[in-house]
Design a protein around this ligand. Structure first.
Ligand SMILES: [Zn+2]
Length: 279
């Protein structure tokens, strides 16, 4: 019996929906440092599932910015690898298979609620974890007899169950299903896989052993752990990086163009000068 740990495999998973900023840079640098420290492999995955926001010019910009920063990946778009393709838009059959598995197990249901139904007069949330708690309106819909479109598919969370995991950076994390997050979307109204399902499928298929990403995704990790369990998959380890904020304490986002790597580079920043502040 071989009890040795599998070789370390980490991943960088940027979305080509804007320019990479300083927060991404620090997270990706941390991911690379952890892969190097373990003598492991770093995979680059292009998370381009959102057709309205993903653009080819952002894909090339993100590859160039990462190279400029000194990040080296061993598998990914452009260099290939044993788990290709490395762009999510080319991986649809894999997501569909997992979706079918959840559907036939009766773990998901169709939901016809519009965004307006769910958020009322409030503006739409921009970040995944601002998602309002789904009230369960469509929970009794049969997974075998979907309504006429449009509808999405939601995962029925085990209300009241505490989902715990030990984060490699932030320690013990606990979220209560049905209170901290509700039934979440696994397949979207526009017939595309949702983020939670796609990354769970990809991290498994690409044999990722540790996921390094921003702390804004802690709650998503709890959701994904439910998907791992439901699909009888073994989850990777998780290491969430503290979020970077701007001078007024707001979290960095792609709208902060002034802090994009492009802008900083144009102002004379070097990769070394950026990294000086990351200790
Ligand atoms: Zn609904």
């Amino acid at each position: 019996m071989n009890l040795s740990k599998p070789p370390y495999r980490g991943r960088l998973a940027p979305s080509p929906t804007g320019l990479l900023h300083l927060g991404h840079a620090r997270t990706f640098w941390t991911a690379q440092q952890r892969a190097i420290a373990s003598g492991g492999t770093l995979v680059l995955r292009n998370e381009d599932l959102d057709p309205s926001r993903s653009r080819p010019e952002f894909v090339s910009a993100m590859l160039e910015d990462l190279r400029w920063l000194g990040i080296h990946w061993q598998e990914g778009p452009g260099c290939g690898g044993p788990f290709a393709p490395y762009s999510q838009t080319e991986r649809r059959p894999r997501y569909l298979a997992a979706f079918e598995q959840l559907r036939t197990a009766g773990l998901i249901y169709s939901c016809t609620c519009s965004r307006r139904d769910l958020t009322g007069a409030l503006s739409a949330p921009h970040e995944i974890d601002d998602e309002p708690l789904y009230p369960g309106t469509c929970r009794s819909n049969s997974p075998l007899h979907p309504p006429p479109p449009p509808f999405c598919w939601r995962f029925r969370v085990p209300d009241g169950e505490t989902i715990s995991f030990t984060d490699g950076n932030l320690g013990l994390q606990q979220f209560v299903a049905g209170r901290d997050f509700g039934d979440f979307i696994v397949w979207q109204r526009d017939d595309l896989p949702a983020y939670q399902l796609a990354v769970t499928v990809d991290d498994t298929a690409m044999r990722i052993t540790e996921v390094v990403r921003g702390a804004d995704l802690l709650k998503s990790t709890a959701r994904q752990l439910l998907l791992y369990r439901s699909l009888a998959l073994v989850p990777p380890a998780f290491y969430h990086c503290q979020l970077m904020t701007d001078d007024s304490g707001r979290r960095l986002a792609k709208r902060h163009d002034a802090l994009s790597l492009r802008a900083l580079r144009a102002q004379g920043a070097t990769p070394e000068s950026l990294r000086q502040n990351w200790t």
